[in-house]
Design a protein around this ligand. Structure first.
Ligand code: FES
Length: 97
């Protein structure tokens, strides 16, 4: 299960290994911030409060766009963070503005 907290909609949805957090949010009508879908705008930034180890490692785009401290705290880019296994994940959309 994945708990997604968008800008105003929160939902618990089925996990989909191989897809990104953003893909899954949009498919389930969760109002997730996004613009570029290529790892540059950071509008899809989210805090993973549970299940960080269920996601594939950060991409080069995430290392470029996010500060090391953000990655350490569990921030990821929703358009880059690929779900790798079916365990529980909680992701909260947190844009900068
Ligand atoms: S949508 Fe722009 S960084 Fe993810």
């Amino acid at each position: 299960m994945i708990n997604l907290k968008g800008r105003s909609v929160s939902k618990q949805v089925a996990s989909e290994p191989g897809k990104t957090i953003l893909d899954i949010a949009l498919k389930n009508d969760v109002d997730w911030g996004f613009s570029c879908t290529r790892g540059t705008c950071a509008r899809c930034r989210c805090l993973i409060t549970e299940g960080l180890d269920q996601l594939a490692k950060p991409t080069d785009e995430e290392f470029d766009r996010l500060e090391p401290e953000e990655l350490e705290e569990g921030f990821r880019l929703g358009c880059q963070a690929i779900v790798k296994s079916e365990g529980s994940i909680t992701a909260v959309n947190k844009t900068y503005f």
